[in-house]
Design a protein around this ligand. Structure first.
Ligand SMILES: [Ca+2]
Length: 451
């Protein structure tokens, strides 16, 4: 048995007569860009061979359409897209009327809600290193739509260690308007830091900035790194003297002393509550022997930077550390006896040079001591005392280090030895930039206390 279903009864119009339809039947249209533009389509279901003239009118001039009149069929496309644009003003409800001769009038309802102006920030959190290049980041502040008038925005940081640029701006240009803000972090400061974005008359937004911890390894070219506050790197004998201090640099060189009489002391709670390695004025020295010259010096044995944080214990000697190869190739780090003619940093390479300076040295003062060497270029010795940089006279030296290096903490008898509290040492195979030096010094001061 077969069943037949009744077909719906068609509207009373002749077969072959086109029917006009619109889609969608309703729209939501913002009052400003970018959401103030929408489209609908007007279509015929078939082409009778003659054009159908379609007209579109708006119930309010705040909503305009384009085109307002067009043909469908009869050689023209059967579908036409109509663009609808809303102005900022006008009623909340507008209707479009779509008419054509012989066709049922179609109505498109347009809802025009008032969209509150709002500012958003993207992203809302980011990570900022403490040294270049990772110490710079950006976020974007954008309005959700074009504002009726310019919006003034100020940006501030909860801590001066993260700076913002620009700190103020106006949002009016763009669709919608936006502004990229650059954040720059220095070596110091807390984590996290909150960036506040404050648009006038609008809700303020924040960006949370997480600051990675700084270590000397963050700066490229680290060759040696000794840290008296890392007990895991110190091996003590039965007298709390240091038999080995392990370098935390890329090659992990052990600084060792086999003779118990020549081992420096490990003392707790000396600088800023932290421990130090103290050499005497007689014979204490730790040595990492036979380091390939390329593992300390860069550019064919002609560049390095050494930064020490510590304090001199007494005025009984001069040299406190050295990089030494042969008798005529060495770099000694001196803290001079005030009564003597001061000489900081004896450099002897294949072309010997000694740099005599006259800056006073304060006994038992905590120091950051920075040495740079760039053969054939400017040579600078620099010391920080009481937070003030002392830049020593510079000169031109040439030559290169060529042989395996013995690096010493303490001295081996060539020059009078200074008893010294070593806190932290970082040596790089290149001349660091002033910014990089500043980052390390800020890190050292933050850790070991004000100098
Ligand atoms: Ca000794």
């Amino acid at each position: 048995m077969r069943y037949y279903f009744l077909k719906p009864i068609r509207p009373a119009q002749p077969a072959g007569t086109p029917v006009l339809s619109v889609s969608p039947a309703s729209l939501t249209l913002d009052r400003t860009a970018p959401g103030n533009v929408a489209t609908f389509t007007a279509s015929l279901n078939l082409d009778s061979g003659s054009a159908v003239a379609v007209s579109v009118t708006s119930s309010d001039p705040s909503v305009t359409v384009s085109p307002t009149a067009f043909p469908l069929g009869g050689g023209n496309p059967l579908t036409r897209t109509v663009t609808v644009t809303g102005a900022a003003a006008g009623p909340d409800a507008v209707s479009l009327t779509v008419t054509a001769p012989g066709q049922t009038t179609r109505i498109i309802g347009i809802s025009r809600p008032q969209v509150p102006l709002d500012l958003t920030v993207t992203p809302t959190s980011l990570v900022l290193d403490r040294v270049s290049p990772g110490n710079v980041g950006t976020f974007t502040a954008a309005l959700n739509r074009v504002p009726e008038s310019s919006v003034s925005v100020s940006v501030s940081s909860s801590d001066p260690s993260v700076t913002v640029s620009p700190a103020s701006f106006s949002l009016i240009t763009g669709n919608p308007p936006s502004q990229t803000i650059t954040l720059t972090g220095n070596a110091t400061g807390p984590s996290p830091v909150t960036i506040s974005v404050n648009p006038v008359s609008l809700t303020a937004k924040t960006v949370s900035v997480t600051r990675t911890a700084f270590t000397p390894a963050a700066i490229p070219g680290l060759a040696l790194w000794l840290d008296a506050n890392d007990s895991a790197t110190l091996t003590l004998d039965g007298s709390s003297n240091v038999s080995q201090w392990l370098d935390k640099g890329p090659n992990a060189y052990p600084f060792v002393q086999i003779s118990s009489a020549k081992r420096p002391k490990y003392l707790t709670n000396v600088i800023n509550g932290l421990p130090v390695v103290r050499t005497d004025s007689v014979d204490d020295v730790l040595t990492a022997a036979g380091i390939p010259v390329g593992n300390i010096f860069g550019s064919g044995g002609t560049t390095f930077t050494a930064i020490y944080f510590g304090q001199r214990v007494a005025d009984t000697g001069r040299t406190f550390a050295s990089l030494r190869m042969a008798s005529n190739e060495r770099f000694e780090f001196d803290h001079d006896i005030p009564s003597q003619s001061a000489a900081h940093g004896l450099l002897q390479t294949t072309v010997s040079a000694q740099f005599v300076v006259t800056a006073p040295f304060v006994s038992t003062q905590r120091n950051i001591v920075s040495y740079f060497w760039s053969s054939g270029g400017q040579f600078n010795l620099r010391r920080y005392m009481n937070g003030a940089a002392i830049v020593y006279p510079s000169g031109i030296v040439t030559g290169s280090f060529t042989k395996p290096v013995d690096a010493h903490i303490g001295e081996i008898g060539l020059r009078p030895q200074a008893p010294y509290d070593f806190a932290e040492v970082a040596i790089y195979n290149r001349v660091l930039t002033a910014s990089e030096i500043g980052s390390i010094e800020a890190y050292l001061v933050g850790k070991w206390g004000t100098i």
